[in-house]
Ligand binder design. Structure first.
Ligand code: GTP
Length: 319
């Protein structure tokens, strides 16, 4: 299931660069809910929007953001499954997929709240295999009143797992983020960048919107829906903020294209419940990622056999 959510576009070196002196690699950010992963990711990426173009898909990961700093390109990836670690849905096969996803990155940032380690943290830690460097990021340092108590806690953490480094910080502190980037850099292999420096474009928000709908679609329909179902963005308009302090508005209309009437009913759900939830979850996540207000209209259409029709596939942007 998870594999189907992810594209298998090979990584390509940026044309015209021989990559001399460059570093590039994948960094996964994992941790139980609410420890500050998104805050950390946004700070690390340093951009409001944290996804790139279609090319930015690897076989096992969804790229959530990247940062090119000096000679180094950090590619931050989402590890499917970690987000749902507290959900009941975390079954064995999902567990395996998660482990697979983490096993081929260059570095894992394991985020916890400084001074705390609960059974939920433990569960995430257990999913991390051996062989990949894991940096313990002890976040929300600003919340720790008794700094002296942190040393024994760090010692206890080191005894728990062999962390390559342990970094107490606050994701909200720009200097801490610089320091963390400097530490991550050492773990990325010397190789040519996969993406150009200016890869992030407006188009990527549109792409992100379709990927999010797609992700929610498959997550909420389970194994019932064939992968040939796809999402087409019919409208993507951006309006600037009306007043100071307000966010810009993204007006999006998207169509979920399925192959059969039965699939359409499946996507719509009982009294439209499922499609409502797909739309709601997409909107909430997109608002967070794009730092914008989002209006999202979702439609479902039956387009029988489209997967076999090359021209049509092209018109959906799957060239
Ligand atoms: N005080 C403090 N709060 C932080 C820090 N980093 C994140 N937070 C807050 O912690 C809360 C959770 O942050 P998120 O970034 O949404 O956490 P997450 O791990 O992505 O959460 P999930 O999406 O549930 O997995 C938010 O209210 C953040 O503002 C920090 O360094 N210091």
């Amino acid at each position: 299931m998870l594999e189907g959510l992810l594209k298998s576009t090979p990584k390509l070196a940026v044309p015209g660069t021989d990559g001399a002196g460059q570093r590039c690699g994948l960094v996964a950010i994992v941790g139980k809910p609410n420890v500050g992963k998104s805050t950390l990711l946004n700070a690390l990426v340093g951009q409001k929007i944290s996804i790139t173009s279609r090319k930015a898909q690897t076989t096992r990961h969804r790229i959530t953001g990247m940062r090119t700093e000096g000679q180094t390109q950090f590619v931050f990836v989402d590890t499917p499954g970690f987000q749902t670690i507290h959900g009941n849905a975390l079954n064995k096969s999902l567990n395996k997929a998660v482990q697979g996803a983490v096993s081929d990155v260059d570095l894992v940032l394991f985020v916890v709240e400084a001074g705390s380690f609960t059974s939920a943290d433990e569960k995430v830690l257990k999913l991390l295999g051996d062989g990949i460097p894991v940096v313990l990021v002890a976040n929300k340092l600003d919340n720790v009143k008794e700094r002296a108590g942190l040393a024994p806690w760090l010692q206890a953490m080191q005894a728990r797992a062999r962390f390559t480094e342990m970094i107490p910080l606050s994701a909200k502190n720009a200097k801490d983020i610089e320091r963390l980037l400097g530490i991550c850099e050492k773990f990325l292999p010397e190789q040519a960048w996969w993406y150009s420096e200016d890869e992030l474009t407006d188009r990527s928000e549109k792409f992100l919107a379709s990927e999010l709908v797609r992700e929610k679609l498959f997550r909420l329909t389970g194994d019932e829906l064939p992968y040939t179902s796809t999402v087409v963005i019919d409208k993507f308009e951006e309006e600037p903020p009306q007043k100071k302090g307000q966010k810009r508005l993204l007006r999006i209309a998207a169509t979920i294209v399925v192959e059969r009437d039965g699939h359409k009913a499946m996507v719509i759900g009982d009294k439209g419940e499922r499609i409502k939830r797909i739309g709601m979850e997409t909107r909430v996540e997109l608002e967070k990622l794009a730092d914008a207000k989002v209006f999202l209209e979702l439609w479902v259409k039956v387009r029988s056999g489209w997967a076999d029709d090359e021209a049509r596939v092209r018109s959906f942007g799957y060239e």
